[in-house]
Design a binder for this molecule. Structure first.
Ligand code: NI
Length: 227
């Protein structure tokens, strides 16, 4: 499932994140790559241990926790600290798959990447190219969202970033381990949750069938989730 989550950052938070990261020291993006993706990647990143990445990443994690659509869609168990990338002057990232297991250097933190996320941090009118193209079951999906919006997609998918031919693409990207490992089960829970919210807004949270369906949601979550 590929889902766009609007307005993770509002204009003030976006400006703050950009001010922090724009003042950071950017390095060759291959510092986080495995040997295969290193062949394909041409961009710049903030070192993951840099103060700028940690401060801006913390703001993003806080914002995600306040975004119900993200929580409902991802059912996050662990989130890798957000990383930051810039592409300009024809830079791109060829077709690749993200590593299944991510470890944070110098710590015992690790996660299984069930979902990948890109949070766009630049106005799409300010650059050409730079689309995130995700191969899913319905074919390639090209994603280029307004600044402050996020796309969530299965980490198992092949994906690429097209060359940036004008301006600069600035984004945050990260991985997460979901409480529900299976994409189909997670999608079923998300669709059920959305439907319950819609019915509850018509009939009220105390409506009998709404209460019963909420019970079904939690009982499915109990069967499928690791917490
Ligand atoms: Ni990737």
């Amino acid at each position: 499932m590929l889902i766009a989550i609007p307005d993770v950052l509002d204009a003030a938070a976006l400006a703050r994140v950009r001010a922090i990261i724009d003042a950071g020291e950017w390095v060759d993006g291959n510092v986080t790559s495995g040997p295969q993706s290193a062949l394909a990647k041409r961009n710049r990143q903030l070192p993951e241990d840099s103060a700028a990445a940690r401060e801006a990443g913390g703001m993003i994690l806080d914002a995600l926790g306040r975004t119900p659509l993200f929580v409902a869609a991802a059912l996050p168990l662990k989130v890798f600290p957000p990383l930051f990338s810039r592409y300009a002057g024809g830079e791109d990232f060829g077709l690749h798959v993200d590593n299944a297991i991510r470890m944070k250097r110098g710590t015992d933190f690790r996660l299984r990447s069930d979902l990948s996320a890109t949070l766009f941090l630049e106005d799409p009118a300010a650059y050409d190219g730079g689309a995130l193209v995700i191969e899913d079951q319905f074919g390639p999906q090209s994603v280029k969202l307004p600044a402050g919006h996020l796309v969530l997609y299965p980490a198992s998918s092949l994906h690429r970033v097209t060359p940036v031919t004008r301006g600069e693409r600035v984004a945050s990207f990260f991985w997460l381990q979901s409480m529900v490992r299976d994409d189909g089960e997670r999608r079923t829970l998300f669709e059920l949750d959305r439907a319950i919210q819609a019915v509850a807004s018509d009939r009220g949270q105390g409506d009998g069938p709404v209460v019963q369906l909420t019970g079904v949601y939690h009982n499915l979550l109990r069967r499928w989730a690791d917490a």
